[in-house]
Design a protein around this ligand. Structure first.
Ligand SMILES: Nc1ncnc2c1ncn2[C@@H]1O[C@H](COP(=O)(O)OP(=O)(O)OP(=O)(O)O)[C@@H](O)[C@H]1O
Ligand SMILES: [Mg+2]
Length: 232
């Protein structure tokens, strides 16, 4: 699904903020990405959702080396990826409903299906009474839930979530993680950046750990052959 080989990233002429990254995300896998503030988690995810290009090394996504993918094909590739941005990136002039419906409408889904799917998902995350609200009128946690709903509404092949539970309470965090796990069971590959150790501890999935732009050697929370239990 994803392969990084000796990937490095620098912004402009600055220092390398990511160095020598080599790892693989198998199709259908679930990884946490962790590491201290400024370690490079969001930068790594930007490479994954094609918002930055590596300054060196090779990234293969959906079996294609990114350096060989023509620019005009990148939007097609992006549509196979659901992203929860650390800063949400909701469209402030559009209602909650329209924000979440947008990816379905772009994908050319019919309006009836869109209405049903969006209403059902927003109800599930507890925002049934906010369908017509504009994002600036929501709390931080409510914005985060809208951003999560928008990322998963199209059932993407790859979900990239940057601290998706940073602003929501414990019960809702677990509910969101269960949603990711359920999508993962249906075959979606997931990578979730988080500092939330109790959550990582509870869910027990393999972990990539960044320190100052490099991956730590021991990147597994569990050995790959240990049984993964469902969160209680
Ligand atoms: N657009 C940018 N231009 C220049 N430098 C940047 C840019 N974005 C990030 N950086 C630098 O890259 C490094 C890694 O930042 P990044 O946002 O990837 O860290 P992070 O691990 O996601 O941190 P946090 O836990 O705070 O979200 C930092 O030193 C940061 O200053
Ligand atoms: Mg970050």
């Amino acid at each position: 699904m994803v392969r990084f080989e000796n990937v490095g990233l620098r912004y402009g002429n600055g220092p390398e903020v990511l160095r020598d990254l080599s790892f693989e995300l198998a199709p259908g896998s679930f990884h946490f990405l962790t590491g201290p503030t400024g370690a490079g988690k969001s930068s790594l995810l930007k490479l994954l959702y094609l918002s930055e290009r590596p300054s060196r090394g090779l990234i293969t996504l959906f079996g294609e080396p990114l350096s060989k993918v023509p620019r005009e094909q990148l939007p097609d590739m992006r549509r196979r990826i659901g992203v929860v941005f650390q800063d949400f990136r909701l469209l402030d002039h559009m209602s909650v409903f329209d924000n979440v419906a947008l990816p379905l409408r772009i994908a050319g889904q019919g309006e009836k299906h869109t209405r049903e799917a969006v209403s059902e998902l927003l109800e599930w995350v507890g925002l049934a009474d906010k369908l017509d609200a504009l994002p600036p009128t929501l709390s931080g946690g409510q914005k985060q839930l809208v951003a999560i709903a928008r990322a998963v509404i199209t059932s993407p092949q790859l979900i990239i979530a940057d601290e998706p539970t940073g602003n929501i309470d414990r019960d809702m965090s677990m509910k969101i993680m269960r949603l990711f796990i359920e999508l993962n069971k249906q075959g979606t590959t997931c990578i979730v950046a988080t500092h939330d150790w109790p959550l990582i501890d509870k869910i027990k999935r393999p972990m990539l750990e960044l320190f100052e732009g490099k991956l730590a050697e021991a990147s597994w929370w569990l050995k790959p052959d240990e049984t993964l239990e469902d969160p209680a």
